[in-house]
Design a protein around this ligand. Sequence first.
Ligand code: CA
Length: 230
Amino acid sequence: MARGTYDASVARLLLAEDDDGIRLPLARALEREGYAVDAVADGTSAATMGEENDYALIVLDIGLPGLDGLEVCRRVRRADADVPILFLTAQDSELDAVAGLDAGADDYVTKPFGLAELMARVRAQVRRSAPEVLRAADVAVDPSARRAWVGDHELDLTPKEFDLLELLVRNSGQVVVRDRIMDEVWDENWFGSTKTLDMHVSSLRRKLGDDAAAPTRVVTVRGVGLRFEA
Ligand code: CA
């Protein structure tokens, strides 16, 4: 991600499965879930794609023509040790092989599998690997990188301004009461006046391009708290 820009690209998955009856509907289902999917039907392509690209998850059949899934896993892991791999196994003997794999599978699903079950496993693995980015309207917040954007413009925020924005965006559309803001952004031993909060809200509004007299992003709910408009 280039500094100052926000990359809105979705999580990209590699699906390697030679059975058309599984690969085609599974690729469609994953795309419906919002993932970008590269689907391949042989192990050689899977290894090459896995080595060259940075995937959020690889869904890997074991019985593949060319290279089998275990060998694909070994090669891909040499290029990117951290990429999550979810195996599709057909038999108990394959399951034993997965369990004994040095590189280790992150998870596996035994055929025949239900689509709902597989999707739940996929979501869990992608969540683990892909950084969470919070979004509300045209504002994006990346808590792990501590970066925030309005559209393509990266914001220059103080630590407290960032914490405040993250809390509000995480709860966008809902009122966040003042006590909770003070607890989560400042600490529970903070006994000062709420002037500090007001100052940070003003500054945050200015940086977000919000009109102080009639804010449309960070809205004050009089006597209660703040709401970030979704
Ligand atoms: Ca197969």
